[in-house]
Design a protein around this ligand. Sequence first.
Ligand code: DGY
Length: 421
Amino acid sequence: MSKLENLVAQAKGILRTNDLGGYTVPTKGLYPFQWNWDAGVTALGWLYVDEARAWTEFDKLFEGQWDNGMVPHIVFHQESDDYFPGPDQWKVEGNPPTTSISQPPLLATMVRIIYEQSKDKDLAQAKLDALMPKLIRYHEWWYRERDPETTGLVSSYHPWESGMDNSPAWDDVLQRVPQVTRPYQRRDLNHVDSKQRPLKEQYDRYIYLVDFFRENDFDYQKIYQNCPFHTQDISLNAVLQRGTIDLIHLNTLASVAADMTSLEASVAKAEEVFPSLWDAERHLFLNRDQALEKAIPVSTSGGFMPLYSYSATPEQAALMAAEIKEWLVLGPSGLASTSPLESTFDAKRYWRGPSWLHINWMIADGLKHYGHDDVAEQLRQASRAIIEQSGYFEYFDPITGEGCGGKDFSWTAAIALHWLL
Ligand code: DGY
């Protein structure tokens, strides 16, 4: 078997091993349920293994959709003692049980890619038609519940909602969240070296927020007013913007077209406000602290995500492409999640430095859109070199390429199948 064939076989094997019957766990042990944005990326990988199975990933995830349209960040399809906080902590009624927050909504974009690349067109059409109303309700939920004042950007209330849990971008905001005082036992440290995971102090605050949502009856109108963690996450907003653009396009392909006027207005409004988060000195976009009503001055890979949502000007895109090249000099093994020049940079600790393949891919996709194919290719080569060196880890030290976090990781395998191999 050639090296390439071997890498492809390994990636496909990881998806099969992590398949628990219609849904894929991110990795066994550490994450024993179905995660929202993992499911979207992983479905993309299934396209290269078993096209029908790619669609099932969405079907299973939407089993957890709330009546108000929200697609939760975790759907607890089965019981497991491997993970904390499980359904007994979130206490969301439902079958299957879920968490009470969401995650970057990349599902519509993944559905579009899979629909366009599918070979079984009849199946793809049937699946698209069935998924459209659910996707539309999900996107409408974001704008209605998370931007009740129509600012153009949606709010997040938990670092887990960003998917970039312990990013230094959230440090100051998280300080305003009290530390929970009740005892609890983390399970992640049974699976991964503590130096690669968030700190206890951060977990104390993460768990406080889990309790806070429950105590506020999951009423996100109320939570909008009083949540101690309240941000406008630039990466999540970019993923939402791109997702809604793709959803509007998918609507033209659906057998029955829906009225997209309100979603079109949301895209237009977001387009107006993205420029306000541009930082002309850092050459990227910043997250926003909603309590202080100001930008959070920390350079993270999320700041390049407006490339992926077509929300930058050509001049800003060129500046970001040059900035990304500089980051790649300091950390050549994929794009660091936090600038290597930030004092908080930590090469192996989750979102404080490591590179993540799905982020590399989304940013490369945006770079290509703006004509920066050379930098996109540099990111692709860097990402390919990491998996050749280290295999399919959850994330990678951007300086050495060492694999970190969970092993045999579904979305890393999926992105390799879709983009690298
Ligand atoms: C975790 O438990 O580490 C997850 O990132 C939460 O979604």
